[in-house]
Design a protein around this ligand. Structure first.
Ligand code: THG
Length: 227
């Protein structure tokens, strides 16, 4: 399993405060504890306003790399923040993420050619998240072709089928399993990842639901998770 540690995320209050206060010790501790807990990558999401995000991303990447040797997963929709992150990292990083939204295709795809990266691809576009497996696969298919045209090999591609909450649709777990299985059949060389805790949003016993879902998703071919 390829574990992407999700704790360095500026949408979390404690992390937002640490970014604002430039509290490097707090961020370094989050990096170290996630490395000790078995992370393969550390997700870095500044989660701040677009004008501040590039500089916050640079500060985060610089400080995380002083605390941990792990490769990073740069989590932003902002091409400028991703670029600054990619210029600051010491080793090949995951970009989180490319979607079928035109603004991301235009802003993020060029970075794939320019930098030596790995890439997370999301099954959504300007019309939102398709409610069917077929609709999601159509987007994934298109984005894999685009990424390959930029020289990226399947082994460097991570597909996120988009795990959505069972609290808003009881079929959502089954839909995720079906999509994972179909992706693995069509693109056996790619990795499959996703935000695990999305599945249990709004539910009691979240850790239990997360664990059962994960075990079943692994059976379907999932080999990574953002946790
Ligand atoms: N797919 C991809 N990337 C993603 C997601 C995804 N990045 C962001 C997110 N989803 C995964 N990252 C997080 C980071 C932190 C938390 C959840 C997901 C988190 N949540 C607390 C909770 O749910 O209770 C509340 C916040 C807090 O702790 O303050 O911590 O799906 N490709």
């Amino acid at each position: 399993m390829i574990i992407i540690g999700e704790k360095i995320n500026g949408t979390r209050k404690t992390v937002a405060k640490a970014i604002r206060d430039r509290d490097a010790d707090f961020i370094k501790e989050l990096a170290k504890s996630q490395e000790e807990a078995g992370s393969s990558y550390l997700d870095v999401n500044a989660g701040t306003a677009p004008v501040r995000e590039p500089e916050d991303m640079r500060w985060l990447v610089k400080n995380i790399q002083e605390a941990s040797e792990l490769p990073l997963c740069l989590d932003s929709a902002n091409p400028e923040a991703l670029r600054i992150g990619l210029e600051t990292v010491k080793q090949v990083s995951l970009i989180n993420s490319l979607s079928g939204e035109q603004s991301r295709i235009d802003g993020i795809l060029p970075l794939v050619r320019e930098f030596d990266v790995e890439l997370i691809i999301l099954a959504l576009d300007d019309n939102g998240i398709p409610e069917t497996c077929e609709g999601r696969l159509e987007i994934i298919h298109k984005l894999i072709q685009l990424a390959k045209a930029e020289g990226l090999s399947e082994k460097k591609i991570y597909i996120d089928p988009l795990i959505t909450a069972i609290s808003t649709g009881t079929e959502n777990a089954k839909l995720a399993f079906k999509t994972i299985k179909a992706i693995k059949e069509a693109y056996p060389q790619t990795h499959i990842t996703g935000g695990l805790s999305n599945i249990s949003f709004g539910m009691p016993l979240r850790p239990t639901i997360n664990r059962f879902f994960m075990a079943m998703a692994i059976q379907m071919g999932m080999d990574s998770a953002i946790i």
